[in-house]
Design a protein around this ligand. Structure first.
Ligand SMILES: [Ca+2]
Length: 111
């Protein structure tokens, strides 16, 4: 498997994104990370408006439309959703919306 790119995996850390590139050379697994990129939502740095504590973003298709949303929880149990406003190509995240259940903001306290 010498020199074959096996996968490119998005690793989301805090409110930045870094691409993880995994390759194999001579039977040895090599992992490289691209420089982190600050995530933007609605044209502003993610979390500038929301003020989350220890945000933990993941990419999920929570509405089953085939396009993943950026879902971000925080230490206080708040959950925010950012829709991808692009039809094609790289994602551009729209404004933050609280994830709701039965018309109420969903909270999952972890204390
Ligand atoms: Ca979706």
């Amino acid at each position: 498997m010498k020199g074959i790119m096996v996968a490119a995996v998005a690793a989301v850390v805090s409110t930045t994104l870094a691409l993880e590139r995994i390759s194999w050379a001579g039977g040895t697994r090599k992992v490289d990370f691209d420089a982190p990129v600050r995530l933007l939502a609605d044209g502003k740095p993610l979390n500038e408006v929301e003020c989350m504590l220890y945000p933990s973003p993941v990419l999920l298709d929570i509405d089953s439309d085939g396009q993943r949303e950026l879902v971000c929880g925080d230490l206080g149990g708040n959950l925010w959703v950012y829709e991808n406003v692009e039809e094609e190509g790289d994602a551009t995240w729209g404004p933050a919306v609280r994830l709701q259940s039965e018309g109420k903001d969903l909270e999952l306290p972890n204390w």
